[in-house]
Design a protein around this ligand. Structure first.
Ligand SMILES: Nc1ccn([C@@H]2O[C@H](COP(=O)(O)OP(=O)(O)OP(=O)(O)O)[C@@H](O)[C@H]2O)c(=O)n1
Ligand SMILES: C[C@](O)(CO)[C@H](O)COP(=O)(O)O
Length: 247
C-alpha cells in the first residue's frame, strides 16, 4: 500500500498560448471539461486522501456555479491561484491534511495518463522521496533567438522533457518551497525547487501520450488519444520494472 497521498491540480493559469474562448482547463473535449477528464484519472485510488484544485480568483464564481455537482462528487477542495504556477501550488500546500505523506502535483491540463503510469511515479516517490516522469529528447535541437532562422544546432545529449505528476514526500516539498527565495531563475516546475535543496529527483519514463494542452490544436490531439487508446493498456516508452525504482 502506498503512503497517504494528496494530489494538487494547478488550473489557475491564464491560458494565453491556448487562445480559445474559454481557458483550457474548462474547454470541452467530447462535452466534458478538460479538468474533469484529468481529475477522474486519480479518483478511486486507495492511497489518495485529499484532492485540491487551484482556480484563479476571476474564475472562482464560474467554477463553483458550473461544476458544483462535480466538486461535491470528487470531494475536491478549491484554493485560489497565484500569479505564477509555483505560487498556485504554494497556496495548495497550506491546506494539506496532517496525515498526508506524499504530495503529487499534476497539471489540470494533462488528461491522457493511465493508472499504471500513476502507480509507477507514486512508487518511485515513495522509495526516493522525489520522482518525476520525463521523456528523453528525441529530435535534433536548433537554437533561434528570433524564431525565423537557425542560429545553431545544440546538443540534445542528456536532455529530458519533464511531465507531471511530480511527486514528493511532503516534508521535502514543504522545505523546498520555504527555501525558494534563494532561486533566481524562473521556476517552471516543482521539481526545480526540490533539486535546489540538493535532493535527488528520480526520473521515471514519461508517457508520450501524457501531453500538456498548451495551444488549442492540442485539444484535437488529446481527443484522438482519449478516443483511440485503452488508457490502462498504454505502456511507458520503455518497460519500467520495479527493480528500476531502486537504481
Ligand atoms: N499562475 C498559474 C499558472 C499556471 N497554472 C496552471 O499550471 C498548469 C500548467 O501551466 P501552463 O500550461 O503554462 O498554463 P498557463 O499558464 O495557463 O498557460 P499560458 O502560459 O499559455 O498562459 C495549467 O493547468 C495552469 O492552469 C496555475 O495553476 N497557476
Ligand atoms: C510543470 C510542467 O508541466 C512540466 O513540463 C511545465 O513545466 C509547465 O510549464 P509551463 O511553462 O507552465 O507551460
Amino acid at each position: 500500500m502506498l503512503p497517504s497521498t494528496a494530489v494538487i491540480f494547478p488550473a489557475a493559469g491564464k491560458s494565453q498560448r491556448f487562445g480559445g474562448k474559454e481557458k483550457k482547463p474548462f474547454a470541452l473535449i467530447d462535452n466534458r471539461a478538460v479538468w474533469l477528464r484529468t481529475v477522474e484519472q486519480f479518483v478511486n485510488r486507495d492511497e489518495i486522501k485529499q484532492l485540491i484544485i487551484v482556480i484563479s480568483e476571476e474564475d472562482l464564481e464560474m467554477f463553483k456555479r458550473k461544476f458544483g455537482a462535480n466538486i461535491m462528487f470528487f470531494d475536491i477542495q478549491i484554493v485560489t491561484g497565484g500569479k505564477e504556477r509555483f505560487e498556485s501550488v504554494e497556496n495548495a500546500l497550506e491546506i494539506l491534511k496532517p496525515e498526508i505523506e506524499l504530495v503529487a502535483i499534476h497539471d489540470a491540463v494533462r488528461p491522457c495518463l493511465t493508472s499504471s503510469f500513476i502507480d509507477t511515479v507514486f512508487k518511485a516517490a515513495a522509495v526516493h522521496g522525489a520522482a518525476i516522469p520525463a521523456i528523453e529528447v528525441a529530435d535534433t535541437l536548433k537554437e533561434s533567438a528570433h524564431g525565423n532562422f537557425v542560429d545553431k544546432t545544440v546538443s540534445r545529449k542528456g536532455l529530458w522533457q519533464a511531465q507531471t505528476p511530480q511527486v514528493f514526500q511532503k516534508k521535502i516539498l514543504v522545505e523546498a518551497f520555504e527555501k525558494r527565495g534563494s532561486i533566481k531563475e524562473p521556476i517552471t516546475d516543482d521539481a526545480q525547487l526540490v533539486e535546489c535543496l540538493g535532493q535527488k529527483v528520480k526520473l521515471v519514463p514519461g508517457l508520450k501520450t501524457n501531453i500538456k494542452i498548451t495551444s488549442s490544436e492540442d485539444l484535437g490531439l488529446v481527443d484522438l488519444i482519449l478516443k483511440n487508446k485503452k488508457p490502462d493498456k498504454v505502456r511507458p516508452l520503455r518497460p519500467f520494472e520495479d527493480d528500476d525504482l531502486y537504481r
